[in-house]
Each structure stands twice: as C-alpha cells, then as structure tokens.
Design a protein around this ligand. Structure first.
Ligand code: ZN
Length: 740
C-alpha cells in the first residue's frame, strides 16, 4: 500500500467549496446517543466463556481465563457462575461444584480481573442445562407449552422464572453481589412465564380467572409467530408483567447490594426491548447468521430503537453451537466489526474453543484492537445519517411476519444503495426525533397511528422529504379500515380500491380465455414516465414487472404521476397450448407512484407491495426508481458510491471535538451462506475482497489526512466540491479515518 499518498487538489473555487460544505455540515450531524459520557458497557469488548468441564481446575485455570481475555484485546470477561446448578463460588445458597477443590473461582476471577484492568461479568443460565440439579429436585418447575385437550402442555428445556426458582436466583445474585466486586451480571435467557402450574396459579390470583390458552402457539416467554392481536390481552399483559417483574427484582437487588453494577439481559430483543427500559442497562439479543447477514445489523438497530438508545451487546458466535470447535476465523472477525457498525458492543462467544484450538488468536486480537481504536476515535462522536426508516410498532403487532418482509425489503434497499440511514419508532417520531433527517421512509405501515402521522405531516410541512409505500395509513392501530388512508392528503390521492391478483377489475373472464391456466405467481407490468427528473434517466418505454397487490388511486390535481401500472393484454392473456402462460402488458391504467410538494417538503407514494423482501428481486428497476425518489425527496446525499458493491455495509461516524470522520466499511460479500449441519446458523466460508474502491464523500470539510485502521494513507483528491477517496483494498472490514 502506498505510504503518504494523500494529496490535495486545490480547486479554483476553494472558498466557495468551504462555504457550501460547511452549510451542509450543520444539517447533517446526527444525534444518535443522547448522553456523551458513555458508561463502560457501551463500548465493552467482551470475551464470553464458560468452565472447562471434566477436569480438576485450580488457580492456574483462573489466571489462564484472564490471560485469554487479555490476549484477544478484550476488556471484559463474562463467565458462568455455576455449572448444572452447582456454584462456582463459596455459596451458602447452592451446593458447590466439586472439581474446583477449595478454590472460590468467582472470587478468584473478580480479584484477577480487577488487578488486570478487566471488567468482570458473571452470568446465569436458566436452561435445565444451566441448573439441571435444580430441575432434578423440582421437575414441576420446567417450562410448559399450552395445554392440549386439558392435558399439560409440552415441556421445554428451561426453568420457568415464575416458579420458586426465581427466589433461588435472587438469593444467588444477592450473595454474589454482596461478596464480590463485579462490574456487571448477565442473564442468559429469560423464561419469564409459560403454562406451568406456578404461572397458572399466578394468573388466577391476578385476574380472578383461569389463564386463557392459545393452543397453536410455540410458547416460551413471548408470543411467537402469531400476531399479538390474536392473543387475549390479559395473556399478553401477564407475560410482559412477568418479564418486567423478574427484571425489576434483579434491579432492586443490585441497588441494595452493589449499586452501579451493570445489569445485562437477553431474550428481550426487537420490540420487546422496550420492556427493559428503566430496569436493564444492557440488552444482549442473540441474533445468529442465517442465510444472509444484512438482517443482523437490522435487528440490532431495531432492538436499540425500542430500548430507547440504551446499550446493546452483539453476540458473535465463534464456537459452533456449544461445541469446542469454531467457525472460520474471518467470519468471526467481520461480524465483530459489524456489531460495532450497528451500535452494538462486540461479544465473542468462545465457550472454551480456544482451549482446544487457538487458531486465529492473533487475527481476532487484531480485530478487537481495531475496535478499541474505533471506540477511541469515536469517543463522543455520533453516527451521521441522511435518511430515516420508520419501524411501525402498531403494524408489527397486527401482522409481524408480513410487515417485517416489507420493512426488511426497504432496509436492504437503503443498505445496498449506501444511503446513510438510521431507524426510528413511532414513539421516537412523537418525541421529535425526526428533526435531523432529510427524508423519512415509511414502508407499508398499514396501522400507522394518528399521533405519528400528525408529527410526520408537520415535519414534511417544514421541509422533510417523505416516501411511503403500499398500505401506509390504511387502517387504525386497532385494525378497522380508515375512511381514507391517514397520510393521503399529504401525498395527494384518493384511494379507489386495493387491487389483489384476480380482482374483477384486473381480469374479466372471457369465454375464450383459459384464465385458470395462469400461473399462480401473478404479476403486473409497470413503466416509468420520462418527463420527471426522478425518472428522466431511466430507460424510456421499458416495462418491468412486479408481483403482488397494489393500491388503485386517483391523484389530486397537483400530484405528478411518475410511473404507471398496465392493464393486462387480454388478447394474449392465456396461451397455455404454447406452454406460455401469464400476463402480457396492455395500456397504462393506474398510477404506480406519485410525487408532490407539500408545504416545504417533497413527498412520494408508491402504490405496490413491490419492495417486500421476496418480491423485490424481480424488479431491480423498481428498486432503482425508489432509490432515485428517496434522493429526490431528501436532496443530494453526502455519500456517492457507484463503484462499491451492494453487499458492502457503510456507516459514517463524526467526532466533532476530535475533528474527524470515521467511515466503517463491512464486507458482507459472502452470500450465500451455507447452512451448516446445525439448523439455523449459516457458515461464512469466504469473504470476497474488493480492490480500488472509489467513492465521494461531501460532509462539509476539507480533509487534512485520510488513513485506514493500520495507519496507511488513503489517496484522495477534491473535485466538484467533493472529496474523492480511493481505498486500495477492502478485505473483511475497514475504518477510513478522515481528519480535517
Ligand atoms: Zn411458568
């Protein structure tokens, strides 16, 4: 890599550049973290381990654990407090584990961590594996699924926290916090409630009647895969109450025994993270890689939004399942940095792997050193964003599965287009968090609340761009259909009908047509109109297809149609005899998308459900149209990346006091992941490096120096008021540090 290759090209209009760039700067610094003095756990680098089983262990083992943590450049050791229900400390509450002799392992680790400047976080595990001894003594405490035909439901491999087990955990926590100086405590899993006898009894005491049963649910702590609207509200309330009750109990013990100890909790993730607000300090959602990696950052960000910007620890598995073998090292390195790019402190789940196979120790240590460097550079800094993506909780509660497909489709669009963006909840909108965004994107938020809509409307009036799709605003949060969609007066349309495949308006049955022969993957044809700046550069008269429903609308006079949906050509509709089925394009008939000026803001409404995650793959033209519309509604972005491949994640951070930007690039070019032998967890076999990545960055500064994480100079020049940067190579990830 060339050393000191950075250069300045002084443009003729240098002073003009300065003025223009600095004006932009004020509007683009975004507020992510509300408090600048971050507690330690916001930027922890966590090594997560448990006991090496089947051996007699002595003080050398404790020293070895601390050394492993230091070797990896982590600053926090998270270690289990017990094994199978046997304590690893000198306990009066629970019997002691018999393979550590007279050693008090938790006491030993607490002292060693202090001596080595490490944070120490003992953790509890609520499965029967974590506390099997307890379950042997009290088999009735196991988590139960819904009763079927009056018979007790299926048993799950957890102990219910609504049983007397909760009191036992509380006593253990109190004992550990009273006797040892620890920095945090962590609870792996949170089986807060179920259908066990204890839960049924508690429910009856609270509500004066038997617990209602949702027979087809796969239950643990929360309702799974079934819309909240299908649950009796008392059951929802009971479950949330059980979760909060457990967390409040732990909080109380911390305040009484060792105030200031960080309380870390998992299982309250996604929108459930809101249950931990005010009770829990850190949420640790366990999101593993499946067939794609984009969704990991998305889930971390959703969780953070509902945790009201509280601290998140990102869980990166290095061990395969609970085996003493590991995933390929490069994947672990990349995912650790991906956590950081998505506002989550990295945690590496080792589970003794390195005791048996220390492959990659240096590389992993380097990644944690890079992360430490980033945290130092970004100390007091904030993420810079341009667009904001709404996650609508009322919509999610009514239809979690379909809504998340719509949401993730647009999340991916922004990710792949490298449009800097953050997430917002309806609560965040109502609290005024829209202030700094250029454009809000609302993917099919059918049940958008009135309060959120009002706040959106007033932000648009004052100049914020707004882009929404499909069913946005169609229903009340309680499910009833609105007289007219709630933001339709902003976008400027009247809703005529929701067109679904085979509605009569789309397709009449002609006696000569064998309509039943049409393939079930029914689609519509659409095209763009060339007479608007958004669509002018898109190819004229070209059709593209999309799959799914759309809203048939009538635009108001001052709304502009920028694309059309076409009637099917009935003459050719079915040609089954020629093995040719499906739809052929006829004349333009419905608006595909409309744009309009509303107050000082630009708005756009797209009628189809075409950017939903599975549908969008058919219509890259539609994706491109949406992308152009977002940039039209929000104005030019600070980042232009025509040469950077879509699977590279880019996140920008600004540290005003240190006068520097850090651009994190995470290389997700691994797809498809291969599903390993273990269901649900994909394996990153390789990551494809990219060379000579060129992009422009125009945040309102003149760089003095641009370097990568290793300190190498990164070449750049200034042209057309933009900083043109050429990154020689992107392997797993890179931090581009721009000082000005
Ligand atoms: Zn229970």
């Amino acid at each position: 890599m060339p050393k000191n290759a950075g250069s300045f090209l002084w443009s003729n209009s240098f002073s003009a550049v300065l003025i223009i760039l600095f004006v932009n700067n004020n509007t683009l610094s975004a507020q992510i973290s509300k408090a600048d003095d971050k507690p330690w756990y916001e930027t922890a680098r966590v090594f997560y381990d448990w006991i090496r089983i089947g051996e007699d262990l002595d003080r050398d083992y404790a020293r070895h654990l601390v050394q492993k943590t230091r070797d990896l450049n982590c600053n926090t050791l998270a270690f289990c407090v017990s094994v199978y229900g046997y304590a690893l400390w000198d306990s009066e509450v629970s019997p002691k584990y018999d393979r550590i002799g007279k050693m008090d392992l938790i006491g030993e680790l607490a002292a060693l961590c202090k001596k080595n400047d490490l944070y120490f976080v003992p953790w509890w595990l609520g499965t029967s594996m974590g506390a099997g001894r307890v379950l042997e003594e009290h088999p009735g405490w196991i988590v139960h699924g819904p009763p079927v035909n009056g018979q007790p439901g299926r048993e799950f491999n957890y102990i219910c926290y609504n049983t007397p087990y909760r009191d036992l955990i509380y006593e253990e926590v109190r004992e550990v916090l009273t006797n040892y100086d620890v920095d945090g405590i962590y609870f792996d899993q949170l089986p807060g409630s179920c259908y066990c006898p204890s839960c049924q009894e508690k429910f009856k005491n609270l509500y004066g009647r038997s617990m209602p049963v949702v027979e087809d649910e796969f239950v643990l702590a929360f309702n799974h895969g079934i819309p909240a609207s299908r649950y009796p509200s008392s059951l929802n309330e009971f479950r949330e109450r059980s979760i909060k009750g457990f967390c409040a109990g732990i909080r109380k013990i911390i305040e009484e025994s060792q105030p200031g100890t960080a309380y870390v909790q998992n299982w309250i993730k996604n929108h459930h993270a809101r249950l931990g607000v005010g009770l829990v300090d850190v949420v640790l959602p366990e999101f593993y890689q499946r067939d794609d990696l984009v969704a990991l950052g998305m889930k971390h960000r959703i969780t953070k939004s509902y945790f009201e910007n509280g601290a998140i620890w990102g869980n990166v598995r290095h061990s395969v399942k609970h085996d003493a073998r590991h995933f390929p090292v490069k994947g672990t390195q990349m995912l650790l940095m991906d956590c950081v790019a998505n506002h989550s402190a990295p945690l590496m789940l080792d589970l003794c792997v390195m005791d048996f196979d220390a492959t990659g120790k240096e590389q992993l240590g380097q990644t944690f050193a890079d992360i430490e460097k980033f945290y130092d550079l970004n100390d007091g800094g904030k993420e810079v964003y341009y667009a904001t993506l709404l996650h609508s909780l009322p919509t999610y509660m009514q239809d979690p599965v379909e809504y998340m497909k719509d949401f993730e489709g647009i999340y991916r669009l922004l990710f792949e287009a490298h449009i800097p963006f953050n997430l917002i909840t309806e609560k965040g909108i109502q609290e005024g968090d829209l202030e700094k965004t250029r454009v809000l994107i609302v993917p099919s938020a059918a049940y958008l609340s009135e309060k959120a809509a009002e706040a959106i409307k007033s932000a648009v009036n004052q100049g914020m761009g707004l882009v929404a799709t499909h069913m946005t605003g169609y229903k009340e949060p309680n499910g009833s259909i609105r007289e007219k969609p709630i933001l339709s007066d902003v976008f400027g349309y009247e809703l005529l009908d929701i067109q679904t495949p085979f509605t009569t308006a789309t397709l009449f049955r002609h006696p000569d047509l064998k309509v039943s022969d049409i393939d079930r993957g029914y689609f519509y044809y659409a095209s763009t109109r060339p007479d608007h700046t958004i669509t002018a550069e898109m190819s004229e008269d070209a059709y593209f297809s999309f799959w799914g429903n759309f809203a048939a609308i009538k635009p108001v006079a001052d709304a502009t149609v920028i694309g059309d949906i076409h009637l099917p050509d009935h003459a050719r509709l079915s040609a089954g005899e020629y093995n040719r089925r499906g739809v052929f394009p006829g004349p333009a008939h419905w608006p595909l998308a409309i744009v309009r000026q509303y107050g000082k803001g630009k708005t756009a409404y797209f009628v189809p459900q075409a950017d939903e995650i599975e549908r969008r793959v058919y219509a890259p033209e539609y994706t491109s149209m949406l992308e152009r519309t977002i940039l039209w509604a929000g104005g030019p972005s600070i980042l232009e990346t025509p040469e950077i491949p879509p699977p590279v994640e880019i996140r920008i951070f600004h540290n005003l006091s240190k006068k520097l930007y850090t651009i994190l690039m995470i290389n997700h070019n691994t797809s498809p992941l291969v599903r390993g032998k273990h269901e649900g967890i994909g394996v990153i076999r390789y990551i494809v490096p990219h060379k000579n990545i060129e992009f422009t960055f125009s945040p309102g500064i003149i760089p003095a120096d641009i370097r990568d994480f290793d300190g190498n100079s990164v070449p750049f020049k200034i042209m057309d008021n933009k900083v043109h940067i050429n990154l020689p190579e992107l392997d797993l990830y890179e931090g581009i540090i721009i000082k000005y």
